[in-house]
Design a protein around this ligand. Sequence first.
Ligand SMILES: *Cc1c(COP(=O)(O)O)cnc(C)c1O
Length: 372
Amino acid sequence: MSEINIPTEFLPLDGRFGCGPSRLRHEQIAAFASEGAKLMGTSHRQAPVKNLVKRVQEGLMDLFHNPEGYEIVLGNGGSTAFWDAAAFSLVEKKALNLVHGEFGSKFASALTNPWLDKPTVINGTPGSRLELQAEAGVDSYAYAQNETSTGVVTPVRRVTGADQGALMFTDATSAAGGIDFDATETDVYYFAPQKNFASDGGLWFALMSPAAIERAEKIAASDRYIPEFLSVKTAIDNSRLNQTLNTPAISTLFLLGEQINWMNENGGLSWADARTKAASAHLYNWADASEFATPFVSNPEHRSQVVVTIDFNDSIDAAAIAKVLRANGIVDVEPYRKLGRNQLRVATFTATELADVQKLTQAIDFVVGELA
Ligand SMILES: *Cc1c(COP(=O)(O)O)cnc(C)c1O
């Protein structure tokens, strides 16, 4: 089976279609080898690295349309650490989580702890989603903009009828930099750089509204115990000085900075949005027209433009397709491990060329023909 050779004409130039870490552009690597290399091994408390952090923060603000009063805050530990930071530092008493997959559910778990009221969880079936509903007494509303485990998108929009001062939390880990949005519709837009930003893991970033910053300050001043590493107030103070509490990965920051520049120079978030829309539309159209493949997300309005999940007929073993693709250099199209479906999952992050996605569907068609 793994001896099936996919003809070169069907092979993408870059065979990486994973949901993170995801493909980097070779221009990022080239810039890293020249300019980035000069920063490696130097202090993150000195001007060269602090300027890099500043460039990243300002670039992100430009990309996100410079919402008035918002700030870019960063820290170590990726989005997973940010869930705990939010639990300690940002949720006041009770949260409401919209969940329809692994990532949404992980944040709900982090908010189920001894110092907060048990969160209300609106639990939808994977592959579709329900809507956020306002509830009296809830001070924090949370959802994933792109549920990476299933390929379901949720619009960035404030819930209507929420209590005065309630905050919106958007897990934008796999959406940021690939889907355009209005920042005034959220308070905490957080993400990690190994997805649309084509960098490496290990850091979290949050675009925070003035109300969210005020919340962090209020909770930091209260008598709640907050571990220093998970203090968002400490992260805000450090971020204002273009620093992090502890040592960041300089290479991650550099590669991220290159990707942000590339996006901003080409037309910003609306340009990135159009790219991911075109790449994902090719896959959805191909699956709709295919005799053996169907989009897993049946409602077109719920379909993500950055993570495409494709179910296969029972007569075809998607895992076998993935294995042949991998042997031919097309990697990481396996479905989310816990979803357990006969499926392929393809990231169409901003760095992904449409031409590569077109080759991918040709390669899949070829492999299915050979396996039959
Ligand atoms: C990848 C991902 C995460 C986890 O990010 P880490 O940086 O690995 O912690 C969280 N949420 C979503 C939606 C993701 O796609």
